[in-house]
Design a protein around this ligand. Structure first.
Ligand SMILES: Cc1cc2nc3c(=O)[nH]c(=O)nc-3n(C[C@H](O)[C@H](O)[C@H](O)COP(=O)(O)O)c2cc1C
Ligand code: SF4
Length: 498
């Protein structure tokens, strides 16, 4: 069964026409009106969701490049800016931000200060906190058969059956390894388990339902404390709130997934799948206290075979709201299960399959097109949350790049805040331009995912619309490590205020 767009004919869609409001019309609009988030007021319902730019140090610290990235978004003065997925564990994770120890607090505090200053205090700043499991690179077959594959009794039995020769049950390990290293595909597909074949073809990847592994079995014991400590650090660093990352390919989304078969009360039925996410939320709340914003980002639809659908998401939404989440930011897809096979030496990337396309849809789309494609998910969740008697704000994102789209969504009551990731990367000033009546100057995202390609290769993320606009004489521009791209777009000030 296919649940997405891959098998449908795709055509190239034109960007939605944009009629921009005057300054006065923008001031009267819903999108530029304030919203309460617990005790905090966001001055606008404009929102920048988390985007990883691959600019931290290899050991997870804030760099000048990270400060430039968030400072540049802050200059556009969105109502809310969410800092990228930031790791809650104190383990190496490449150039992703980390918050798994107090030593990360000073750098994060600088980030907070930069955003306050550059936004003139108009932007509320949250940080997305994430846990993820081990994903290894796709191995060279020699390394896989020579070292990584565990030669088990079960494997020997399979070999004996397939080769019709009982002696394989007692063959020394080295002989088993040598045989498999040169075996044909049919043999490998017969004697290896699905997970072993996956480790060979895609790289080893853990699941939350691998409860035979002690550290996976222990996740429900460990994660509430890790999330709670990370949230406390975020609060100490001065963020206005934390966003629990329960979306896409990562640990907490996998607990919520219909694929989660854990038999220890944390998998299977809906109420068991939501148990750990609720326990994490409760631990975070205890750690940061009553007044602090704790939001949740999660999936309205996993878009994978056998995965959670909107019916699950609606049910979870009402539970999260009842448990005191301060907003629900609805995303879609972005799972490992349908990701493309990586090259040898590379890791599988959860945005290469159909579910990945749904997460960051491009102009090459089925008839529905990529624009505002995820709004019905947010609308369904919002309806369920309201019916359950909660006023929890719901945030939508996905292919939104005009004022009219955003205003229409709010007018129809489909969401309470409207977020834009790629459009804001294309033009970080766009909210401010629209608010001040300069909508005609917005640099419009083309939704062809050059930026996402950089993210996939773990390269510093930039936008093709501005990253080559280099002025040879300007030595203040920071370049990407390839030396060819500027890391932030040129600045903009409204003509009247220059
Ligand atoms: C470069 C890049 C990095 C992203 N990183 C994150 C992330 O750290 N956490 C997250 O929840 N979503 C992440 N996303 C997804 C976006 O927040 C957003 O949901 C998605 O791009 C769809 O919105 P858009 O059409 O406005 O771009 C990322 C997207 C891009 C393009
Ligand atoms: S690189 Fe392309 S998809 Fe990404 S923000 Fe720029 S125009 Fe949009």
């Amino acid at each position: 069964m296919s649940v997405g767009v891959a098998d449908k004919p795709r055509t190239r869609h034109a960007l939605p026409a944009a009629r921009w409001p005057t300054r006065e019309a923008a001031a009267r609009s819903r999108w530029f009106s304030p919203i309460g988030l617990r005790r905090l007021v966001a001055f606008e319902r404009t929102w920048v969701p988390a985007m990883v730019p691959w600019r931290a140090t290899e050991d997870g610290f804030v760099t000048p490049e990270v400060l430039d990235w968030y400072g540049r978004f802050a200059a556009g003065q969105p109502g809310v800016l969410v800092v990228e997925a930031t790791g809650i564990r104190d383990i190496p994770s490449g150039p992703l931000l980390r918050i798994g120890d107090d030593r990360f607090i000073p750098g994060l505090r600088r980030l907070v200060d930069v955003v306050r200053e550059r936004s003139d205090g108009r932007t509320r700043l949250f940080i997305q906190i994430i846990d993820f499991l081990t994903v290894r690179r796709r191995p060279e077959p020699e390394a896989f058969f020579g070292r990584y594959l565990e030669v088990t009794d079960a494997l020997r039995v399979q070999l004996a059956l397939w080769l019709d020769d009982k002696r394989w049950r007692a063959k020394p390990e080295t002989q088993v390894r040598e045989f498999l290293a040169t075996a044909d595909r049919a043999t490998l597909e017969t004697v290896l388990t699905d997970r072993e074949l996956e480790a060979l073809d895609y790289g080893y990847r853990e699941r939350v339902w691998d409860t035979h592994l002690p550290h996976i079995r222990e996740l429900p014991r460990v994660l509430p404390g890790l999330f709670a400590d990370a949230a406390r650090r975020a609060q100490t660093a001065g963020f206005d709130g934390v966003e629990l990352h329960y979306a896409h390919a990562y640990t907490m989304a996998s607990f919520l997934s219909r694929l989660n078969t854990r038999a220890d009360g944390y998998g299977g039925a809906l109420e068991h799948r939501v148990r750990l996410p609720l326990e994490v939320l409760a631990a975070v709340r205890r750690s940061v206290g009553d007044g602090y914003v704790v939001g949740i980002r999660y999936l309205g639809d996993e878009v994978i075979e056998g995965g959670s659908r909107v019916e699950d998401a609606v049910w979870f939404g009402a539970r999260f709201a009842a448990a005191g989440a301060d907003y629900l930011s609805v995303s879609k897809g972005g799972r490992f299960e349908d990701a493309k096979q990586p090259k040898i030496g590379e890791a599988v990337y959860p945005y290469t399959g159909e579910s990945g396309w749904e997460c960051m849809p491009t102009v090459l789309s089925d008839a529905r097109g990529p624009f505002g494609r995820n709004v019905p998910l947010a609308a369904a969740i919002r309806r369920a949350v309201r019916e359950a008697g909660h006023a929890t704000p719901v945030v939508t994102s996905g292919g939104i790049s005009t004022f009219e789209q955003a205003e229409g969504i709010l007018e129809r009551g489909e969401a309470d805040c409207v977020a834009a990731a790629r459009q804001t990367l294309a033009d970080p000033d766009w909210f401010r331009k629209v608010r001040l009546g300069y909508g005609g100057l917005v640099r419009r995202c083309e939704f062809t995912n050059y930026c996402e390609g950089l993210d996939q290769r773990h390269k510093q993320v930039t936008c093709k619309l501005w990253d080559r606009k280099l002025d040879a004489g300007d030595s203040t521009v920071r370049l990407a490590s390839d030396g060819k791209r500027r890391l932030t777009p040129p600045s903009w000030e409204p003509p009247a205020e220059r």
